[in-house]
Design a protein around this ligand. Structure first.
Ligand SMILES: [Zn+2]
Length: 278
């Protein structure tokens, strides 16, 4: 009897905690900028392709042979062309089609404004260790290793090109150099985790088969550019510009085309999967 009573009190406490926990999650969810409601995405009609960096922000440097902003634009435009030829039913929106400066927040804003069903951000990796090589595709979440955190911090630091980033509300006072800034802020993206993971896996599978750049797999970290999107979204680190073998692929039209075909095939499979599960 005593034991039963104990269990009942404990259960009641647990239920109370769960309700409180749920309420907190809801309050946080509704408070997130640009993410007032979580919608169901079960088709692929509109896709936003985001060529990372651009204009005053060159991204990482490939031994003065090429910059990240050039590679990302090359892959983005090639991917758009393949999609226009092979899947014209998909409306493709580019965040940029030239060497243009964009605020980091403008990229997810464009996707949200167009009610996009998918957001793909294209980047290149960099590391002090020049032997680090390979591609990685990220979806939003808590980093599982310091390496993932470093990648997110480097990409998030693009906001430091925005002179007013520290006192504006776009990023909630986010400081890319603060470790506390990288706590989990992915509650809305959690709703799309399965779909984002599926696409990320497809991208790594297909690009790994087609391109000489080896796949390092699918990873999670807190990227500002993904955080504010209200649809499935991934960030592709196509390869390391600091590695000579990867760079050789990334700087050529042919190398960029192979990566673009790999991403295209992943999109095609993802769309077929979505339609089959309806
Ligand atoms: Zn980047």
């Amino acid at each position: 009897m005593q034991r039963l009573k104990f269990i009942t009190v404990k259960s009641a406490k647990a239920i109370g905690f769960s309700v409180l926990h749920l309420l907190c999650v809801l309050v946080i969810l509704l408070g997130l900028p640009g993410a007032k409601s979580v919608r169901v995405v079960n088709s692929l009609k509109t896709l936003v392709i985001d060529a990372g960096h651009g204009g005053v922000d060159p991204g990482c440097n490939g031994a003065n042979e090429i910059t990240e902003k050039q590679v990302t634009l090359g892959v983005a435009l090639k991917l758009g062309k393949i999609l226009a030829d092979s899947m014209p039913e998909i409306k493709v929106v580019f965040t940029r089609t030239s060497d243009k400066t964009l605020k980091l927040s403008e990229r997810p804003e464009l996707a949200n404004k167009n009610s996009a069903d998918l957001f793909i951000s294209i980047h290149c990796n960099a590391n002090n260790n020049v032997s680090a090589a390979g591609s990685e595709t990220y979806f939003m979440g808590l980093h599982k290793s310091e390496g993932n955190l470093e990648v997110a911090k480097r990409e998030n630091s693009a906001i430091t090109f925005e002179s007013d980033y520290q006192d504006n509300v776009r990023y909630g006072g986010f400081d890319p150099n603060s470790p506390e800034g990288h706590i989990i802020f992915s509650l809305v993206q959690n709703a799309f985790m399965k779909q984002s993971l599926k696409l990320a896996s497809g991208i790594e599978n297909h690009t790994g088969k087609l391109s000489p750049i080896k796949s390092r797999g699918v990873k999670q970290a807190g990227f500002l550019v993904l955080w504010q999107t209200s649809m499935p979204s991934v960030l592709v680190e196509t390869g390391f510009l600091t590695n000579s073998s990867d760079r050789k692929v990334l700087k050529t039209e042919e190398g960029q085309r192979k990566i673009a075909i790999g991403i295209y095939r992943a999109i095609r499979d993802y769309k077929i999967g979505l339609e089959a599960s309806k």
